[in-house]
Design a binder for this molecule. Structure first.
Ligand code: GLN
Length: 189
């Protein structure tokens, strides 16, 4: 299993470490030649969605990534990655716009918006969730399954091949979300 991690900006190394600790092979996506072979999965990390969105266009990665996602390549977007996938964005502009959700950017405020909590994810028990100037999800479309909520806000969701998290699962010690994504790729979740 080869998982491509978008490595333009933000928290990508932590995703690579976590996936490799679970036995997955990873590679960094920095330009279009990195996508010559079709990956089994894609990770869009946290960072700054406006910067990442511009880089996707400038580096010619936008169309290729979008078509991989629309043709069912499993993708996991965390934080800024969630914003890149959302069809509708409050406080910003849509980018890849493949998932039927609204992302509300910086939903917890710009400066004081970083915190940690524990809450259930999918069918696992509580997991550690680290929020850093995080978005929340509103208006999930009819095929969107909610996988986690914190204080009434949707913070994890899935629509078929697309998994999004408001928080940073790569920054904690618990690999539950990455394990879920690997199971999604192998058709077991
Ligand atoms: N606030 C950032 C954005 O809008 C996302 C923050 C993050 O990825 N930790 O892109």
């Amino acid at each position: 299993m080869r998982i491509g991690v978008l490595a333009l900006q933000g928290a990508f190394i932590e995703h690579i470490r976590m996936l490799e600790s679970l036995g997955a092979e990873t590679f960094e996506i920095r330009n279009i030649s990195d996508l010559k072979e079709r990956p089994d999965g894609l990770i869009l990390p946290g960072g700054e969605s406006t910067v990442m969105s511009k880089l996707l266009q400038d580096l010619g990665l936008y169309e290729k990534l979008r078509s991989l996602i629309l043709s069912d390549t499993p993708v996991m977007g965390t934080c800024a990655g969630l914003i890149l996938l959302a069809k509708y964005v409050e406080g910003g502009r849509p980018s890849l716009a493949t998932m039927d959700i609204t992302a509300v950017r910086n939903a917890y405020g710009r400066q004081l918006g970083s915190f940690e909590t524990y809450a259930p994810f999918a069918d696992t028990g509580d997991i550690q969730m680290t929020f850093i100037r995080a978005p929340v999800i509103t208006a999930p479309g009819k095929n969107v399954v909610v996988l986690a909520q914190v204080d009434g806000n949707i913070v994890a969701a899935r629509e078929e091949n697309q998994l999004v998290l408001s928080f940073h699962p790569e920054l904690g010690k618990d690999p539950a979300v990455h394990r879920y994504f690997i199971n999604m790729i192998s058709g077991n979740a």
